[in-house]
Design a protein around this ligand. Structure first.
Ligand code: UDP
Ligand code: MG
Length: 323
């Protein structure tokens, strides 16, 4: 009987330093579970260093290493999507190539998969390798999205997980441009198990994220998965209008009883500024949704590949139908 094939999907942006250790750690892991074959789909996300050159070299030496070269830097979410579009395996494992997701965890994932689970999540039990600010902002984000949206994104679970064929097919059907992969993963359902692992520090190189990028990702997550920020304004508007009405009645009554008072410049300014602020904020929120509608309606391709390496000839010629 043929061994089952596992596809590792790893987006890479300026990762020349870690490639060697990444591949050898994966090889070591699969040496211990010989009942599986594997392939590593590497996505070069428009790296500016020698990542592509190195990847081609590795791919020439080892036919299990396959390379998708994107035409520019598209960001991790899109790079991951490109990878997921090209896998051949019976199960797929997206992971970072900086070894923060330790490859050894794959063994327990495979065991759970063999028990019949279709999705196996890897939960970070220990995030001490992340900074305090990163931990608190991220936990606030998960609480918020839990509160205001219909999906439940498990906390401390990243993209590192195992997806069987049916879960992968489900993910491939989501073709939206604003992609928040963790949210998409959370929406598909399927029989799910969770295992815990401790997150390691980066093996080499530096993180590609900064707080502004993380903020944009969090915003993407909220806006893609809930319209609550749009709806809140009608409630707030109703409260403000009701208070304004009551205050109006109070002013009329006071004027009738005590006569005309001297004008209150300060209170008018406060109300004016507060209300203008609220209106601008509300317009901003509408703008966020509107801009996404605009992007989605154009239906542009998510990415363009600029060469596949290590895939079979036919695939290399065809590119991807689903781009
Ligand atoms: N990455 C990518 N494109 C980008 C930024 C990052 O493909 O524009 C990849 C990167 O090479 C790594 C993974 O996404 O494999 C996670 O990035 P990083 O380790 O910098 O993030 P962190 O672990 O610090 O959140
Ligand atoms: Mg990392």
């Amino acid at each position: 009987m043929k061994n089952k094939l596992i596809s590792i999907v790893a987006p890479m942006y300026n990762e020349e330093e870690v490639l060697g250790i990444f591949f050898s750690r994966i090889r070591e892991v699969f040496d211990t579970v010989k009942r599986f074959d594997y392939e590593i789909i590497c996505i070069n996300d428009g790296s500016e260093d020698n990542t592509l050159k190195e990847l081609k070299k590795f791919s020439n030496q080892d036919n299990r290493i396959k390379v998708i070269n994107l035409s520019k830097n598209c960001g991790k979410e899109i790079a991951l999507t490109a990878g997921l579009d090209h896998v051949h395996g019976d199960a797929t494992i997206p992971m970072d190539c900086d070894l923060q997701d330790p490859p050894e965890v794959i063994v327990s994932m495979l065991e759970k998969w063999e028990e019949g689970y279709q999705v196996v999540l890897a939960k970070r039990a220990d995030r001490s390798s992340d900074s305090f600010i990163k931990r608190t902002t991220s936990s606030t984000f998960y609480k918020l999205i839990d509160l205001i949206s219909d999906i439940h994104i498990p906390e401390n679970v990243g993209d590192f997980r195992l997806l069987d064929r049916s879960a992968l097919n489900a993910i491939q059907e989501y073709r939206e441009n604003s992609r928040f992969m963790k949210g998409l993963f959370a929406s598909i359902g399927f029989r799910e198990a969770t295992i815990e692992y401790s997150r390691e520090p980066r093996a080499a190189g530096t993180t590609k994220w900064n707080y502004f990028k993380l903020y944009k990702l969090a915003l993407e997550g909220i806006i893609s998965f809930t319209s609550f920020p749009l709806l809140i304004w009608s409630y707030l508007g109703a409260i403000v209008a009701f208070s304004a009405f009551s205050y109006g009645i109070f002013l009329i009554a006071r004027t009738l009883i005590y006569g005309i008072d001297s004008p209150g410049y300060a209170s008018i300014m406060v109300v004016l500024l507060f209300m203008s602020g609220l209106i601008l904020l509300c317009l901003g929120v509408i703008g966020e949704y509107l801009s996404r509608i605009f992007i989605e309606i154009k239906g542009r391709p998510l990415y363009h590949t600029n060469g596949l390496f290590g895939f079979d000839k036919q695939e290399q010629k065809n590119g991807t139908p689903s781009e």
